[in-house]
Design a protein around this ligand. Structure first.
Ligand SMILES: [Zn+2]
Length: 465
């Protein structure tokens, strides 16, 4: 049975519309969008229609998440050693990982996914690399850890694109994985089995999409990546492929030393990189590589707050957007979990580098907020491989509703609302959230909120004490 919604203002695929009736099927797909004033007066809308109070925007896909890292956020912000960097952060993170049980991972992921919904994300691509027990032994069901994060997403009501990570080596030339990495690694056959199992378990479930994530060029060889893609293609030749590409200068140098090429060059020379690919942290890329990514139609997966937190570097967003490159955003390490904060930092990074204002926009769409929001909707949807990111017929009813009582939104309309919610809000302006037609956040709250908070507090205590 369909549900009818009425929205006074909505950002649809045709732009801003007012007084629109939206029909959503029982499967959560938008069936029709009809300007209501053309049918009956607004005053005649009765109880059969669900009235949505506030401006409606499509929800954004979070294209990069390592769920378990949420519990670690904030524990590594004091100077532990000289030259504190991504690599020293990773060392502390590995120590943290050693302790986590499947049950704890579920609790952390559930808390995180509630935060994501509140932060404006309606789906998530989980780049999942914590596969095995603390000793490195496989669980009885090798997909045990995958089930934990997937069930957390199902319970919370966020759509998930699950990307089991393929990790074999600590570095180029098959450098053996360290003890700290033993929870992440697979042989080729074991990894293929994991893909088979995940498709067997979840193929029929519309809440989930399965793709793959070769961890990085240093962790798997080109041959490994080919084998993984062939296995994935048995099930879905359009399924997403995500990879960490050039987060750190050290890994760029390492790639040049071992292959003679920079990472993006190496990837593009060895694979048909197209729209199913998402390049996470394309941070250190030259002009040719930037152009090549834009031309290929792949999505650049930008994780601005994590990249800032880890001191990674700044993505050349200005040139990339001029070349019509696709991008999306991810909260990655979850140092913060807010789509709006990611987008704000994307523009601010460019302003600081170029010493100018209003950079990521053009004459056609002069609003920076609208340009960035629209870009992240499209790129995010492509990266998670779901029909989301648009309020349009045939798309999932994934949307957020803005809080009209937020003072930063007073007297703002249309694109100014998006500019203000990204750049000017002190408090979260997102009031309600719907995923696949189901309301999951109501007036800023989630139904599992209290239960989740109690469990998360307990897990943190267990880990830290
Ligand atoms: Zn990552």
């Amino acid at each position: 049975m369909s549900t009818l919604y009425f929205a006074e203002t909505a950002l649809t695929d045709d732009g801003w519309v007012t007084d629109v009736l939206i029909s959503v099927s029982s499967k959560g797909i938008i069936e029709s969008l009809i300007p209501i004033n053309k049918i009956i007066p607004t005053s005649k809308i009765n109880g059969e229609v669900v009235r949505l109070e506030g401006t409606l925007l499509p929800g954004i896909a979070n294209l990069h998440s390592h769920a378990f890292q949420r519990a670690f956020a904030g524990f590594s912000e004091s100077a532990g050693q000289a030259n504190d960097s991504f690599w020293s952060w990773r060392k502390i993170m590995y120590q943290f990982v050693e302790k986590l049980t499947p049950e704890q991972v579920y609790v952390i992921a559930r808390q995180l996914y509630i935060e994501m919904l509140k932060g404006g994300y309606t789906s998530v691509a989980e780049f999942h690399y914590l596969h095995h027990s603390a000793s490195g032994k496989h669980y009885d069901d090798p997909a045990e850890m995958s089930h934990q994060v997937i069930n957390a997403a199902f319970d919370v009501g966020i759509d998930i694109t699950h990307l089991p990570v393929y990790y074999r080596h600590a570095g180029f030339n098959h450098k053996p994985a360290s003890d700290a990495q033993k929870r992440f690694t697979h042989t080729a056959d074991d990894y293929y089995q994991l893909i088979h199992k995940l498709f067997k378990y979840y193929k029929q479930d519309q809440r989930i999409q399965i793709g793959i994530a070769p961890h990085s060029l240093r962790a798997v060889s080109s041959k490994d990546i080919c084998g993984a893609i062939e296995t994935l293609d048995n099930y879905n030749t359009k399924a997403p492929i995500h990879i960490h590409i050039a987060e750190q200068l050290a890994e760029v140098d390492d790639c040049i030393a071992h292959t003679g090429q920079r990472p993006v060059q190496h990837l593009y020379d060895n694979f048909d990189v197209n729209k199913r690919w998402c390049l996470i942290h394309a941070t250190h890329i030259n002009e040719q590589e930037t152009w090549e990514i834009a031309q290929s139609g792949a999505v650049a997966g930008l994780c601005l707050t994590t990249e800032a937190n880890l001191g990674d570097g700044i993505f050349p967003a200005s040139f990339y957007l001029q070349e019509k490159g696709k991008f999306g955003i991810g909260s990655d390490s979850h140092i913060t979990v807010s789509a709006l904060e990611e987008l704000r930092l994307l523009e601010y990074g460019q302003r600081l580098v170029h010493q100018q204002r209003a950079i990521l926009c053009d004459e056609a769409v002069p609003s920076v907020g609208r340009t960035l929001y629209q870009g992240a909707l499209e790129g995010g949807a492509q990266a998670v491989g779901r029909k989301t990111g648009k309020i349009a017929v045939g798309y999932l009813a994934d949307w957020i509703i803005l809080d009209g009582n937020n003072p930063s939104l007073f007297s703002k309309s249309k694109d100014q609302l998006i500019d203000s919610m990204i750049f000017a809000c002190n408090a979260n302006p997102i009031k309600d959230v719907f995923v696949s037609g189901k309301q999951v956040i109501t007036s800023g709250n989630h139904a599992l909120e209290n239960e989740s908070l109690l469990a998360f507090r307990k897990v943190l205590k267990e880990i830290v004490d």
